[in-house]
Design a protein around this ligand. Structure first.
Ligand code: NOJ
Ligand code: CA
Length: 678
């Protein structure tokens, strides 16, 4: 029997604690957010450590355990005592090189609590908590210490026990299709194992999103339901059998909770993820230009053209020239070309050993095309599909980015197409072993890519990525990623993306950061199936789904048929000074207002699910006293995603911040507005 006794310090503190806030006998430390909205309490009962969260005095997260199963010395969660605590406060504002908001405020209170085992091997670790008014993050830090040079983590034992009955929006974790599942809405106690961000709404309307920040040299965290509404961190596996191995000292990623009383406020709380990441370590990244792009892409997913060489090859010199001309005529900076390099002719899904990233196929004159693009003010966008042969890719990466830099290619889309758990790396013996997309090894791989790319001033847009944990703050060349079902699913998936898809994405996946969703399919047709949105909704997505590299994904010949609607895509920026969620409900609808970073113009995007809706939108976000011309792109009368998706009206009227607009969104519809400042 382990000796169960209250740690000495906790005993000494008890009377004082009861006097100040003491409902819980075991509370050993607490920290309030700057505005006293949230409180985190740490609890040591019989030597076991837990935390709980209160909002305005009411419980949000019930006592939830903290700890690890370590190979060095066994489970680390019992016989703990508090050694000391420190607190700190911060209120700073920092500038993003690009983003949804130019300035981000970081206002939090920090608590550092140091714990030690009371029995051998006397391991030590700190819990660091940062509490904001709309969320919190906490992490474990292992200081250097005698007898523990290395930590081999078999499991992290962090729990999250939601107090009130709740509904969850979630996708399964640990399944073959990585993050590319339709979001499910279920009672929280029906979740099995979920990826983060997982979003929860309690019966009394509180919104909570669970996620993590600064996933560096560690495994991604899944949430496995243990019982009721109690979840346990489940780290993505590694080929070695453990989940994470680290040398001390080290810190885990931050475990984050965004907590707000509305869906709109939940989205705004996403700043905490950025605030919990380390500042920019790349220096000036002014060479990265947020921009829109077109590309040889949708035609591939429609199977009109092919990645493989031969009769249907999309990436030919002549075809690319056509896209460059279209981009130049319509003001798109980038032209993505997939299938430009050797390796696509056989089975490339999960098999990337034929890919060469330093050479083009014979029918793609990369030198001439990049010169031609430059002459027209356009940049080719590179594509590195690894097929999950990731060490094979790393061997070529430096040379590939050097080639890109020489050719004016300053954005590269990467790809990791294979089933989850099938990332292939070479181990120390030269053998190929398999890893998870979100395991420790691949988390580190992504950082190696960013560092190599940064040396050549190349930005990265990763597909089949690891989830976003705010690392764009530290590596601002990590500009976008996929990590959810994008528009390609509307081309070929059964089931396709339903009308509620984007209203789900905004309040789940988009809480984590930019997504290369590839909107703008104005033809509204996939491969033998309709896209389940109206035309106006495709436009609204440019404001709703944020990415600093934003694709106009349809074919040039389709855009030629919709020049009136294309105008909005030409005008809309990919970089913002400010972002506001005007209104929304998870899974139902959302309205965004965003201010351009390069002008005084504002933009609005509103999308709905399968329900048509009438929304009143006060224009109070506009500058008071200023006149604007509102250029509206809205669903026409009788529009419906199923049988009348192209009913669409473009109209203008002058407005001020005192006006309220009535938006009539069709089923599966939306509206996009540009407010041109006078
Ligand atoms: C999946 C990506 O999401 C898609 O955009 C790309 O075209 C294919 N992989 C091929 O790399
Ligand atoms: Ca994909």
């Amino acid at each position: 029997m382990p000796c169960l006794r209250l740690p000495r310090l906790a005993l000494l503190l008890l009377p004082a604690l009861f006097a100040s806030f003491g409902a819980h006998a075991g509370t050993v430390a607490h920290v309030d957010s700057p505005g006293k909205v949230l409180r985190v309490e740490l609890d040591l009962s019989e030597g076991r450590l837990a935390y709980r969260v209160l909002r305005l005095g009411e419980p949000v997260i019930d006592d939830s355990r903290l700890g690890f199963r370590l190979r060095e010395g066994g489970t680390l969660e019992r016989n703990l005592s508090l050694v000391s605590t420190d607190t700190a406060s911060a209120d700073t504002t920092w500038e993003q090189p690009w983003g949804e908001n130019r300035f981000v405020r970081d206002r939090h209170q920090e608590l550092r609590a140091r714990f030690a085992e009371t029995i051998a091997p006397h391991r030590r670790f700190d819990i660091v908590v940062r509490v904001f008014d709309d969320g919190l993050g906490f992490r474990y830090e292992f200081p250097e210490q005698p007898g523990l040079a290395r930590a081999t983590i078999d499991d992290e034992l962090t729990e999250f026990a939601v107090h009130a009955p709740a509904t969850a929006w979630w996708i399964p974790a640990g399944e073959w299709n990585r993050y590319e599942y339709l979001y499910q809405r279920t009672p929280l106690d029906a979740v099995t194992q979920a990826h983060t961000p997982m979003t929860v709404r309690t019966a009394d309307g509180l919104h909570i999103a669970f996620h993590e920040a600064a996933l560096v040299d560690y495994a991604g965290m899944w949430l496995r339901r243990a019982e009721g509404q109690r979840f346990r961190a489940q780290l993505a596996p590694a080929s070695e059998g453990w989940k994470v191995r680290r040398t001390l000292p080290f810190a885990t990623p931050w475990r984050t909770l965004q907590i707000a009383d509305s869906a709109a406020a939940l989205y705004a709380a996403s700043d905490i993820t950025l605030n919990l990441n380390a500042p920019n370590r790349l220096g000036d990244v002014g060479w990265f230009k947020p921009a829109k792009y077109v590309g040889i892409w949708w035609s591939l997913h429609l199977e009109q053209e092919s990645w493989a060489t031969g009769r249907k090859h999309g990436a030919t010199t002549a075809n690319t020239k056509r896209y460059i001309d279209f981009a130049a005529e319509h003001g798109f900076r980038g032209v993505l070309v997939e299938g430009w390099n050797p390796g696509w002719d056989g089975q490339w899904f999960g098999n990337g050993y034929d890919f060469d990233f330093t050479r083009a196929t014979p029918d793609f004159d990369i030198e001439a095309l990049s010169a031609y693009a430059a002459s027209r003010g356009v940049h080719l966008i590179g594509h590195h599909e690894t097929g999950c042969a990731v060490s094979h890719y790393e061997d070529q990466m430096e040379a590939a980015f050097a080639l890109d830099a020489r050719l004016g290619i300053d954005v590269v889309k990467t790809g990791y197409v294979c089933d989850a758990g099938q990332i292939e790396r070479r181990d120390a013996n030269g053998d190929i072993v398999r890893e998870w997309h979100d395991g420790q090894w691949n988390a580190n791989h992504h950082l190696r890519v960013l560092e190599a790319a940064a040396r050549h001033r190349v930005a990265i847009n990763s597909h089949e990525p690891i989830k976003d944990t705010g690392l764009r703050r530290t590596y601002p060349n990590w500009v976008s990623r996929e990590g959810a079902r994008g528009m390609e699913y509307a081309a070929w998936a059964r089931p396709t993306n339903p009308p509620e898809h984007e209203a789900n994405l905004v309040f789940t996946r988009m809480l984590s950061g930019p997504m290369d969703y590839t909107p703008g399919i104005l033809s509204l047709q996939g491969r033998g199936q309709p896209i389940q949105t109206t035309l106006a909704k495709q436009l609204a997505l440019y404001v709703v789904i944020y990415s600093p590299v934003q694709m106009a994904a349809d074919l040039p010949e389709n855009y030629e048929k919709h020049l009136d609607a294309l105008r909005f895509i030409e005008d809309v920026p990919a970089d913002w000074a400010q972002t506001r969620v005007v209104d929304g409900e998870v899974g139902d609808f959302v309205t965004f207002a965003r201010k351009d970073r390069a002008s005084e113009d504002w933009y609005l995007g509103s999308v709905t699910d399968e329900q048509g809706r009438v929304l009143q939108v006060p224009l109070s976000f506009l500058e008071p006293g200023r006149r604007y011309t509102a250029q509206r792109y809205r669903d026409g009368d009788g529009a419906h995603w199923r049988d009348n998706p192209t009913a669409f009206v473009r109209e203008e009227r002058d407005v001020t911040s005192a006006d309220t607009l009535t938006l009539k969104l069709a089923p599966g519809g939306g509206e996009a507005i540009r407010f041109v400042a006078h």
